[in-house]
Design a binder for this molecule. Structure first.
Ligand code: MIG
Length: 771
């Protein structure tokens, strides 16, 4: 036996030989409009300019047609200019100098004034290793890397490597990789310069930020397809995010209700239980907007059905929820149960809508309903069909749709690579499956809801998913470590265009301590999506399950969220315009401040323009916080602090450390029990004194329809000018009437004379002066 095994081993190398193929030297090139095509004996490179700060390089042995992308929504410029010399071709924009070396063919990016930003490793450049294509880049001594979206580990990804392969990552931890999503986009920082790189390739992909090499190179690549990357040369992390989201799209205004407090559980087992929980929120006067139904609302886990016993009258349940001002989000999974007589199964088979093996047989995998087929969301007709089926939910008034298990997940986790979606095999498109499901859900429900905004949530995603859906970070655990990791995931997702993000507050698996539950809720205020969720079998998690004293703290936290909604909603508007996330790692605003990357400070973030939040473990009642350069105030005490240093602050469970940037303008409203409630009609404008003039773009609309696309919004710039001693509001733009009729100005950090003022909130330009 042993002998035979050796014999087999010894012949293996003779049977298997991996080819390394190099890129070679430039043989010829030609320009057609906005495209420069460069040929070597081995391959072909296409270069396009998308904007002065974005250049695309696409290297392939065999370019496929047509050129398509799930992520990119823009086209290249129609024209491109270059110069040629004996050893290089040069493309110059106002921001980038791309020097294309001829022998061997290499791509080297510089600033317009010639400083190197990102260069190929001249030894290896781009090459093919079997079917895999890889590019090696020069690593700069002080280079840092941020990005890749939902990836565990540290903010600075230098010294680590990652794989993108969407996975149902149950019980992941801070070392796990891959997780659920694929965002092959990172930002590099060195020598005071920034650049971004987006590898638009849905195959399994790899990023090595100097983890497994000497200090000379980093590399990235994919198991198939082209070396197809977009290079971003803008200076400044925020500018690069703006460009990346210009290219891949930005989120739309979310329904306002989805920014309220969301209560979820696997599962509230009956309509009666859903209503009981909702009523308890109202009885206890704890604000909330959203209830969830996890998989148990269905009949035998069949998508688009209601359980006849436990949810016998969904319409009646919805009516009661609505009366209380609640919205309902229901879960959908991709797996369609194999069962004759079940509508989705019958239609799917009749119309051939499922993913299949190359011989035409439908692929079968096991998930909650048992044996299932999986819709081929890569096809237009399948997405239409899927989207239209949501009437089962929208007809009774559901307007939130939670897309789970769409990595896709099947028991055993290892779907055969022979499974085909549209005309592609699974390994090529797996990473985009969840995105296409979210796209189908969004497209269908947007139509069905008649001008109302759907709320879509997805677990799996690919670059560009922000156009369709919010995301959450899957099955985390109820520990302090996970609370901090979750914040890093949210902050990192924000770098890659995903502004609407959340984690399971309290942790999905395991039971959090009461202290952790309280702490995590206080961080929930400052999480774009504020949702509580827990695994089946765990202890109940609702705010009143933690004792009276803790209930009061959690209630206050949720109230704080509701007060901040005008500020938060305006931050979402900003994201729809610029792509900047709501939760911003400090690396966005302070990219070259070393301390921002220290492990003990790397979880800190700006929530919108004005608030710096420092997440702290639940058992740490004093903590060090790093305040970047500038002046700050502690939100809870009003104490003024000088930045550019580490400060020690108290961090009891009643007071998560939050700081306000000097000069901040923060609009706040009265506490309401849901976002549908009117409130007292007074918008409070909190002005935090500073030395420089500052602006805040205030935005409001009806919070629920698409009328804002037709101009039904209310927008004005608020300016605080300490030198002129005034707060001015520009005239209102847009055709919507504010729900506030009074404006009350609250002054912080002013020495004297600035009295709180209540004035009429008029549409014309207005100025409030102080002495
Ligand atoms: O196999 O629907 O991440 O949020 O509660 C588990 C049940 C399936 C995984 C999701 C989780 C959800 C759970 N789902």
């Amino acid at each position: 036996m042993a002998l035979l095994f050796c014999a087999l081993l010894s012949i293996a190398p003779a049977c298997y030989h991996m080819e390394i193929e190099i890129l070679g030297n430039v043989q010829s090139f030609k320009q057609q409009g906005g495209l420069l095509t460069i040929k070597t004996i081995e391959a072909e490179a296409k270069v396009y300019v998308y904007s002065p700060t974005i250049i695309r390089v696409n290297i392939s042995k065999k370019h496929s047609k047509p050129d398509s992308s799930y992520a990119v929504i823009r086209n290249a410029d129609a024209h491109l200019e270059f110069t040629e010399s004996a050893d290089a071709i040069e493309i110059n924009t106002t921001a980038i100098k791309l020097r294309i070396q001829k022998s061997p063919l290499r791509f080297n990016f510089f600033t317009a004034d010639g400083k190197p930003i990102s260069q190929d490793d001249n030894r290896f450049g781009t090459n093919w290793q079997g079917g895999r294509v890889v590019t090696y880049r020069k690593l700069y001594a002080d280079e840092k890397f941020i990005g890749l979206g939902e990836k565990a580990g540290n903010l600075d990804r230098r010294g680590t490597s990652y794989v993108n392969w969407n996975t149902d990552a149950v019980d992941y931890n801070n070392k796990s990789d891959p997780l659920y999503k694929t965002f092959p986009f990172f930002i590099g920082l060195h020598s005071g310069l920034t650049y971004g790189l987006f590898l638009d390739n849905t195959h399994k992909s790899y990023f090595d930020f100097g983890a497994t090499t000497d200090d000379e190179m980093s590399w990235f690549g994919a198991d198939g397809g082209d070396m197809n990357y977009y290079f971003f040369g803008a200076q400044g992390v925020a500018k690069i995010i703006e460009d990346y989201t210009w290219l891949t799209g930005r989120m739309e205004m979310p329904p306002l209700w989805s920014l309220g407090y969301q209560q979820c559980r696997w599962s509230y087992m009956s309509a009666k239980e859903v209503l009981k929980i909702a009523k308890t929120f109202r009885k206890k006067k704890i604000p909330a907007d959203v209830m969830y139904c996890d998989i148990d609302y269905m009949e035998g886990f069949k998508i688009f059905t209601w359980n006849k016993k436990t949810f016998s009258d969904p319409q009646a349940m919805m009516n009661e929820l609505k009366k209380m001002g609640f919205h309902l989000v229901t879960i959908v999974d991709p797996g369609i149960k194999i069962e004759e007589g079940y509508k989705q199964y019958d239609e799917g088979v009749a119309n051939d809508y499922f993913a299949k093996y190359p011989d035409g047989e439908n692929y079968t995998g096991y998930v909650w309903p048992g044996r299932c087929h999986f819709p081929d969301f890569f096809r237009d007709d399948v997405r239409e069909w899927w989207g239209a089926a949501f009437t089962a939910l929208t007809d009774v008034g559901v307007d939130g749709f939670w897309n789970d298990m769409n990595e896709p997940a099947a028991w055993g986790q290892n779907i055969p690579w022979m499974v085909k979606f549209a005309d592609k095999y699974m390994p090529e498109v797996r990473n985009a499956y969840g995105m296409q499901m979210a796209r189908a859900t969004y497209g269908g429900t947007r139509k069905l809801l008649n001008n109302k905004r759907p709320f879509v949530l997805t677990r799996a995603a690919y670059a560009g998913t922000q156009r369709y859906s919010a995301v959450w970070t899957g099955d985390n655990t109820g520990t302090d470590e996970h609370m901090l990791l979750g914040q890093r995931l949210v902050n990192s997702l924000g770098i890659t265009g995903m502004a609407f993000t959340g984690v399971d507050i309290g942790g999905f698996s395991a039971n959090p301590t009461p202290e952790l539950m309280v702490r995590w809720n206080s961080l929930g205020i400052y999480t774009p999506m504020f949702r509580n969720h827990a695994i089946k079998g765990s202890k109940m998690r609702e705010p009143w399950e933690w004792g009276d004293a803790n209930e009061q703290i959690i209630k206050k936290d949720i109230e704080q969220r509701y007060k901040l909604l005008p500020y938060i909603y305006s931050a979402f508007y900003q994201s729809t315009q610029t792509g900047l996330p709501i939760s911003r790692t400090l690396a966005i605003g302070f990219p070259f401040d070393e301390k921002v990357y220290f492990e003990r400070f790397q979880n800190q973030f700006m929530f919108g323009d004005a608030l710096l939040v420092a997440p702290v473990e639940s058992d740490k009642l004093t903590t060090d916080v790093y305040l970047p350069k500038g002046n700050w105030y502690q939100l809870s005490t009003g104490e003024k602090l000088k930045g550019g240093k580490i400060v020690k602050v108290a961090s009891p469970l009643t007071d998560l450390p939050v700081f306000v940037k000097a000069g901040a303008i923060i609009p706040i409203q009265s506490i309401t029990q849901s976002t549908a409630a009117k409130g007292d009609g007074i918008l409070q404008l909190h002005i935090w004194n500073g030395k420089e003039a500052t602006d805040f773009l205030y935005y409001e609309d009806d919070g629920s329809s698409y009328d804002y696309e037709q101009g039904a919004y209310y927008k004005r710039t608020i300016r605080f000018d300490p030198k002129k001693k005034s707060v001015t509001l520009s005239a209102v733009e847009g055709m919507f009437f504010s729900r506030f009729d009074k404006l009350s100005i609250v002054w912080h950090g002013f020495e004297r004379g600035a009295n709180d003022k209540v004035v009429d909130f008029v549409k014309e330009e207005m100025a409030v002066r102080f002495v």
